[in-house]
Design a protein around this ligand. Sequence first.
Ligand code: 13P
Ligand code: SF4
Length: 341
Amino acid sequence: MKNIAEQITDIRKEWGNHLLILAHHYQRSSVVQHADESGDSLELARKATEYAEAERIVFCGVKFMAESADVLSADNQGVYMPETGAGCPMADMAIAEQMEKAIQSLEEVASGWRPIVYVNSSAEVKACCGKHAGSTCTSSNAKRVFKWALDKGDRILFLPDEHLGFNSAHDLGISDAEVAVYNPRKENGGLSADEMASAKVIVWKGFCIVHQAFTVASVEKVRKLLPEAKIIVHPESPKEVVRICDAHGSTAQIIDYVRNAPDGSTIVVGTELNLVQRLAERERGRVIVKALVPSVCANMAKTNEENLLHTLRNWPEHQKVVVSTDIAGDARAALETMLRL
Ligand code: 13P
Ligand code: SF4
């Protein structure tokens, strides 16, 4: 009897170019080994548009990623998730009705708001963004998308990650005083008309639990124990942490940073543990890679070889991710603006 990995390999061979398996960098290595493409959110969104022959796309990641793949792929391509319960708590922190209400409140006090929505959001929130002529962004291109809006003379409403919002604004020289936090659980986001009118950027009060584990105290501890080490964190980490590290970047940018580090160096990485462990393994003997704090995304971990094989064998209808046509059009507009930029 062949083992699970061998069975997956056999099915992939049978399907050939008609099957595409995509895996996010935070997936387990046992899953990543079966992927045709692994990457960060931006790379995977692009890949979903590049394999015209693939009738079936299996997305090993979380729901918002599979939804984007469905929105961006052709009508004859079906997107499946091996574990449909793999969501993203941060994406759930913004709902489209709240976003619509926020835009209305902001427009009552000042004009020229441009919504920018992190891809870590529901298809409905992306559609609201598209409807208001906004763009999505990922952690790889947030700075570029912010610049696009600011160059037009617009103010930005960014959601749902407060930290990526602050960090991207800071990278572009916008001071914290010009950024306000909108709390969707409070009337008018908890902001006065003056606070809204004077803000250049408004960020949603949302966060990623995996990246909030990285604290100033954890960075200071590493500085003491390993003074020679370089520390790089993902920009979903709090701004106070990002600002005392040596570098910050998306998962793809972290991989490049480690790859380009001088031989013999030590790099401490603040992002999801699966990626950090894979980097440590890949670079063993050349550089030392350590986790700032061992922080795991429980949702990414829900996909494994067993449920991947089950999908490839049975193609269960309930695992097919379908974004309804009434929201797919506006969501696509927001995603395509990002891919064009
Ligand atoms: P990137 O893939 O853009 O680095 O994002 C990390 C993440 O949190 C995905 O859920
Ligand atoms: Fe969501 Fe954070 Fe997990 Fe990414 S790492 S899927 S943002 S919870």
